[in-house]
Design a protein around this ligand. Structure first.
Ligand code: BGP
Length: 486
């Protein structure tokens, strides 16, 4: 057993961002509107996590489309990565990044999603980004779809509910492999594919009022199935284009504990964890788990799956598994068990764990447990592609003291190291997010994750200048020593 803190040689240390949360330039270079561009932020409204999508309707979409400003739409502004990417990549390089996970905005390449040929300016933008990364020795991990589906496909097809969208995605992904293949080896198909249940619009372009309430569950599962098939098809194409391409799936790891050892709590927890693993089961093992199929049938949900599609899933499994990990939660048979905002929207509050300012319960040990559980179940290389802590940071004279962030990461890294020492094949880690960006769930800027502070507020005021937080030096040292400094 390796007794030093050093991580495996060639461990991919880095950070993760998504186009719609950083780029801005929402209407530049021929870019079309994506579902992210209509996510609004209204100050003083209780804009809690996962609430935003619930207010989406055909009417709010139409109002957002008529508004040509970015005033109420922070994701249209991002952090201006579109213009400042060289400066940001230089900072990531100074951190010592071996890798950067980023996404390609589908609408920069295909503004409505249905064009036959890609938008050249969009292609040129990403080529420039990848060239700069290559110059700096930072390997990209590219997410093909990170909550930024073309709004046109959402409006015209109700997003992934319509199987024709598979072809649009395959065309987009093929262009990405052709145009950027010389720079990219690691690809992820869908960010947090399981989140279709929590925010169907953001994840899959499903407009709630286009489905009847009785049909909604059915439509969501059908849309998910189309994403599974699309993921398998592009995995096939990636492998055919270049045998060095490695494609991964991406799961929100929602580690759940029984609140007590009452057998009912244990049973409910087991079921929750089986449901959470279902998405990786299909993509890593290549088939729907039998018990999931049965439970869907029991709920009256009948996904249309052709024999050809089953074969596509079976023959084109992913090369590695990636996941996001922010928190864990508990489950209980007691309907009065405490549920509070934050992660506990998804479960019950765990009395043993502290929470972030946004109520997400901090649980480093849960990361180790997740790694062991997932590796034992799937036996493929793994990457943690999101992990971090949203907090309110204060800047004074250009300095940001964030010891809480260091504590958070340190505790998680130690648990990762223990899992590796116990045999887990963990090949990379990208923090969410190395630089402050617009929150996916709340559209806030003030929910800050970075080692780098961005001078912008929730309304978009500020210079957008970048400042290194104290945690910047700390992460730099961790990477430079490959974990030995922990
Ligand atoms: C994940 C998303 C990210 C990211 C992160 C933090 O679910 O993949 O895009 O934003 O969560 O969430 P939030 O931004 O809501 O704090």
């Amino acid at each position: 057993m390796n007794t030093t803190n050093e991580f495996p040689k060639d461990f991919l240390w880095g950070g993760a961002i998504a186009a719609n949360q950083v780029e801005g330039g929402w209407n530049l270079g021929g870019k079309g509107l994506s579902v992210a561009d209509i996510a609004s932020y209204k100050p003083h409204v209780d804009n809690k996590d996962y609430a935003a999508h619930m207010t989406i309707s055909t009417a709010t979409i139409e109002a957002a489309m008529a508004d040509k400003t970015d005033k109420d739409y922070p994701k249209r502004r991002g952090i201006d990565f579109y213009h400042r990417y060289k400066e940001d990549l230089a900072l990531f390089s100074e951190l010592g990044f071996k890798t950067l996970r980023l996404s390609i905005a589908w609408t920069r390449l295909f503004p409505t999603g249905e064009e036959e040929e890609p938008n050249e300016k969009g292609v040129a933008f990403y080529r420039d980004v990848f060239k700069e990364m290559q110059r700096l020795g930072i390997k990209p991990i590219v997410t093909l779809s990170h909550y930024e589906m073309p709004l046109g496909l959402s409006l015209n097809y109700n997003g992934w509910v319509d199987r024709r969208v598979i072809n649009d995605f395959v065309r987009f992904a093929t262009v990405c492999f052709d145009e950027f293949g010389e720079y990219v080896e690691y690809w992820l198909t869908f960010n947090e594919i399981d989140s279709i249940h929590r925010h169907p619009f953001t994840t899959a372009g499903i407009v709630p009022d286009k489905c009847s309430p009785e049909q909604e569950e059915q439509e969501i599962y059908q849309a998910l199935h189309h994403q599974f098939v699309a993921s398998a098809l592009v995995t096939k194409i990636a492998h055919e284009k270049n045998h060095n391409n490695k494609v991964g799936c991406m799961l929100t790891k929602l580690m759940t504990y029984p609140l007590t050892c009452a057998p009912l709590d244990v049973e409910l927890t087991l079921k929750k964890n089986l449901e959470n693993n279902f998405y990786a089961d299909v993509q890593v093992k290549g088939e729907y788990p039998k018990m999931i199929e049965k439970s869907l049938k029991n709920k009256g949900i009948n996904i249309k799956i052709t024999p050809e599609e089953r074969q596509i899933l079976k023959e084109n499994t992913v090369d590695f598994l990636s996941f996001s990990y922010y928190m864990s939660m508990a489950e209980s048979g007691d309907p009065n068990a405490e549920r509070t905002p934050g992660n506990t929207v998804l479960g019950v509050k765990n009395p043993y764990l502290p929470s972030t300012d946004w109520g997400w319960q901090i649980d480093p040990k849960g990361l180790k447990i997740s790694l062991i559980e997932l590796y034992d179940r799937y036996n493929v290389p793994m990457m943690i592609v999101e992990n971090g802590m949203g907090s309110v940071d204060l800047i004074e004279n250009g300095k940001i003291h964030d010891p809480y962030r260091v504590d958070y990461f340190k505790a998680h890294f130690q648990q990762m190291k223990e899992a590796i020492d116990e045999g887990v094949d963990l090949i990379g880690y990208t923090s969410w997010a190395p630089i402050d960006l617009v929150s996916a769930g709340t559209s806030q800027m003030s929910k800050r994750y970075g080692f780098i502070y961005v001078d912008a507020d929730d309304e978009g005021n500020g210079t957008y200048n970048r400042f290194k937080k104290d945690s910047f030096d700390w992460y730099q040292e961790v990477i430079a020593t490959n974990g030995a400094s922990l």
